[in-house]
Design a protein around this ligand. Structure first.
Ligand SMILES: C[S@@+](CC[C@H](N)C(=O)[O-])C[C@H]1O[C@@H](n2cnc3c(N)ncnc32)[C@H](O)[C@@H]1O
Length: 203
């Protein structure tokens, strides 16, 4: 991991001293899933800087979980807006509670399957391999939803089409992606975290 110094947002300073500290915004059951399911702060910082290269842009995290990427990114880039869409209501509740503790006004969470969301208003996207839970039967978040290979393919194709429709200049940051949801018009311009984080721009 490169030795980048991450500036600590003034208002929420104490929560950003480490991932362990940040994860204490959530209940113990959620903290235990962090290593596998929630974006590390260093990666959120890198991705936020890439996605919010201009002030005022709207960034959507597709499958936002308990909101860790959006919350950290919103602190690091206070002049941009971060939105998360998440299918599990309880995780959206945890994300909103954390946003309140951090007193953030440039972050918002939507309870929905991403296939039901109009993504036209969003400029750039973050994607942490959200559909992978359909391919493995270990360390799932819970058993509250259906999983299948068919769903994985359906979501992947759906996201591919959405990304394909966005204009040139659209930015995408992927973490742990298998890359089959990314149209060829997106090109890698930077990587981090041993290539697990990839930054793409549509040409
Ligand atoms: C690996 S977690 C990433 C969480 C968050 N993006 C982060 O980086 O901390 C993926 C999340 O995507 C959600 N997800 C999976 N498929 C989804 C779908 N079709 N619509 C909305 N959310 C989905 C899961 O419920 C899970 O919370």
């Amino acid at each position: 991991m490169p030795n980048t110094t991450i500036p600590e947002p003034e208002d929420a300073k104490k929560w950003f001293t480490s991932d362990t500290k940040f994860n204490h915004l959530y209940p113990a059951s959620i903290q235990m899933m962090a290593r596998r399911h929630w974006t590390p702060l260093h990666t959120a910082y890198k991705a936020a800087n890439f996605l919010a290269a201009e002030n005022g842009v709207k960034i959507l995290d597709i499958g936002s979980g308990v909101g860790k990427f959006c919350l950290a990114a919103a602190c690091y880039k206070p002049l941009s807006f971060f939105y998360g869409v998440e299918q599990r209501k309880q995780l959206v509740n945890y994300a909103n509670e954390a946003a309140e503790i951090l007193s953030l006004e440039n972050v918002s969470f939507i309870h929905s399957n991403f296939t039901q969301l109009d993504i036209k208003p969003y400029d750039h996207f973050y994607f942490f391999n959200a559909f992978y839970e359909n391919l493995v039967d270990t360390a799932r978040i819970d058993e509250s939803i259906d999983y299948s290979g068919e769903l994985y393919n359906y979501y992947n194709r759906y996201l591919f089409k959405l990304l394909d429709q966005k204009p040139a200049g659209t930015r995408l940051a992927t973490f742990h992606s298998l890359e089959d949801e990314i149209p060829r018009s997106y090109h890698v311009v930077d990587t981090d975290a041993d290539n697990l984080l990839k930054c793409w721009i549509k040409v």
